[in-house]
Design a protein around this ligand. Structure first.
Ligand code: ADP
Ligand code: MG
Length: 595
């Protein structure tokens, strides 16, 4: 007997036609994502309105793109589908995707329409026939006013990233645009979150929409821990540098609220010698591509971005998300923190807050259903320690480059009179002096929050360094438990536990100091010697010392000259992203600074 298997591709099973299947195969998609699986059959079968909630990176473009392409009559040149999307970047991304999807459908044309490029060229493209237009609301509105497009016959209108479009103040534009479309069209709304404004749009413009939700609404990833640091507003930038310096392997996205802040912070970081770059709507497409490329291949360690510019961009292995400022919309926080902690890895989302913003932390906690941990901006001494230990680890791990052997005889000649101990001391002194000089007068940047446990000052507290960390399987909670148990101390006796990759810090009351040092004098964990030392920083240099952090430069600046500088940093060189042409009303001007 012969068994005959009839093989059906999982996309075919959703009801998609041959031409798209061919394109799907070529793109290498194997299984539909959840939102695609849920949305595509419905949209193919019925002419219905739909509200689909799914986080970024879940494949929403194909979820609406595939059925839209199936529904379009490519023999007619009339515009039949309109996709509205918040930014030029996303418009281009969607247009590209749609072109790939419809590669094997003759005559189907998709045209992108967005600000900052010639409106006449775009009008010409549309005139040549565009069954699908992908547009930013501002430019679309402009083209309607100038009678350059006709959307009076469309059958489908997609609102992509609806929450973001509304965030950016496009409500009125969307309203006006939709009023030029027929009543019997279908409206497909895709959004990552469902704030009130989005439900308002849904109620106002949609008829009995089918609702689908993918994954959990508004909950942060399990692998992300949330921390906040309370500082005075004027110390935000100094705090950011410390957080970076205390995490030498940082690979991070730093979120600012406005384009101006984004540009300013990035420029300062670059000047101070960090591998940083800005990503926002005032950069040209070309510049943004360049920045993203450098970020993906790790030439940039700190990407400073606006929420909108960072939307839809996915890069793996981001270790830290830093909220330089909290977003206006609390829900945006979920997006930001979702950039890290992907693919089973752990990530940290840090928030730099001023005292007056502290209550917002509580609101965020409620929405993401997770607790924040209040942490302290590391002191200069702590950073020196971190950096030196990191260097020691790097040296231990380094592979020897045998090319160096040619030079060894003469190097050995120079160093021949020193013992190993002396060499180590000298070698590390070179590095140490650099950190130390930069940080020796650094002030304590922490502004006391309301609920700081040890607000009575830290004079009676000792800070320790211990040479176990994440790579030994500890996080701050397990290390705290381990310490309490080993030291036989009570519940709150160990505080400020800070776990780094291969070492950690913690505090106890000074009275325990001698006892602790003697316990760890000869202590082994799984055969390895565990070392505990008093961190030089114990006293916490509050007051009395000069401020240094804000004095230009950073200790990185003294060594690195490889800071990435995107070309044409002068923002005025570029298109202003002028999506709204010259008609920006005042209330919207403010909003447009978010891109
Ligand atoms: P979203 O709009 O939800 O943020 P996108 O539509 O931009 O997500 O998709 C994110 C990425 O995943 C894109 O690079 C896209 O090509 C890819 N992708 C989408 N669907 C699939 C699939 N079924 N299989 C593999 N990759 C996919
Ligand atoms: Mg998308």
């Amino acid at each position: 007997m012969r068994l005959i298997f009839i093989y059906m591709n999982k996309f075919e099973a959703l009801g998609l036609g041959e031409a798209i299947i061919k394109a799907v195969n070529e793109m290498g998609f194997e299984t539909p994502s959840e939102v695609q699986e849920k949305a595509i059959p419905i949209l193919l079968d019925e002419d219905t309105d739909i509200v689909a909630l799914a986080q970024t990176g879940t494949g929403k473009t194909a979820a609406f793109g595939f059925p839209l392409i199936e529904k379009i009559d490519s023999d007619s040149r009339i515009t039949q589908g309109l996709i509205l999307s918040p930014t030029r970047e996303l418009c281009l991304q969607i247009t590209n995707e749609l072109k790939n999807y419809s590669k094997f459908i003759k005559g189907l044309r998709t045209v992108a329409v967005y600000g900052g490029a010639s409106i006449h060229d775009q009008a010409k493209e549309i005139k040549r026939g565009a069954q699908i237009i992908v547009a930013t609301p501002g430019r679309m509105q402009d083209m309607i006013n100038r009678k350059m497009v006709d959307i009076s016959n469309i059958g489908y209108c997609v609102l992509d990233e609806a929450d973001e479009m509304l965030n950016m103040g496009f409500y009125e534009d969307i309203n006006a645009i939709l009023s030029h479309t027929p009543d019997d069209k279908s409206t497909w709304l895709f959004s990552a979150t469902m704030p009130r404004e989005v439900s308002t749009i849904a109620k106002r413009f949609m008829h009995n929409p089918v609702e689908i939700t993918v994954g959990h609404k508004n909950t942060g990833s399990e692998n992300v821990s949330h921390e906040y640091y309370v500082v005075n507003s004027r110390d935000r930038y100094a705090a950011l540098k410390r957080l970076s310096d205390a995490n030498p392997d940082i690979f991070s996205v730093i979120f600012c609220r406005t384009k101006r802040d984004t540009q300013k912070v990035a420029e300062s970081l670059i000047e101070d010698g960090y591998n940083a770059a800005a990503l926002h709507g005032d950069l040209s497409q070309n510049q943004r591509d360049l920045v993203m490329k450098s970020f993906r291949n790790r030439q940039i360690q700190m990407l400073v971005a606006t929420d909108v510019a960072a939307r839809g961009i996915d890069v793996n292995d981001i270790t830290h998300v830093i909220n330089y400022q909290l977003p206006d919309e609390i829900e945006t926080y979920t997006h930001r923190s979702g950039r890290t902690g992907r693919a089973g890895k752990n990530g940290v989302s840090m928030v730099i807050v001023s005292k007056s913003e502290l209550r917002k932390i509580k609101t965020v906690e409620r929405i993401i259903k997770k607790k924040f941990e209040e942490k302290e901006i590391p002191s200069g001494e702590e950073i020196c320690q971190v950096q030196l230990f990191h260097l020691a680890n790097d040296i231990a791990k380094a592979e020897i480059n045998h090319e160096i052997e040619t030079y060894l005889p003469s190097i050995n000649e120079v160093l021949k009179d020193f013992s190993k101990e002396e060499l180590i001391k000298k070698f590390f002194s070179v590095e140490f002096s650099r950190f130390h000089n930069y940080y020796k007068n650094a002030k304590d940047l922490n502004a006391a929050g309301d609920n700081r446990r040890d607000s009575g000052g830290r004079d009676g507290s000792t800070r320790y360094f211990i040479n176990v960390g994440e790579k030994d399987g500890f996080d701050w909670m397990t290390l705290k438990d381990f310490l309490k148990e080993t030291l036989g101390l009570g519940r709150d006796a160990v505080s400020r536990v800070d776990v780094k990759e291969s070492f950690s810090f913690f505090n106890t009351d000074s009275e325990h100091q001698d006892n602790i040092l003697s316990i760890f004098e000869d202590f082994r964990l799984e055969g390895r010697k565990v070392n505990v030392e008093i961190s030089k920083d114990s006293g916490r240099n509050r007051g009395g010392r000069k401020r240094r952090d804000n004095a230009g430069g950073g200790f990185k600046g003294k060594r690195r000259s490889d800071g990435f500088k995107p070309k044409g940093r002068n923002r005025r060189d570029n298109d202003s992203g002028g999506d709204r042409g010259g008609n920006g009303r005042r209330d919207r001007r403010k909003r447009s600074d978010r891109r």
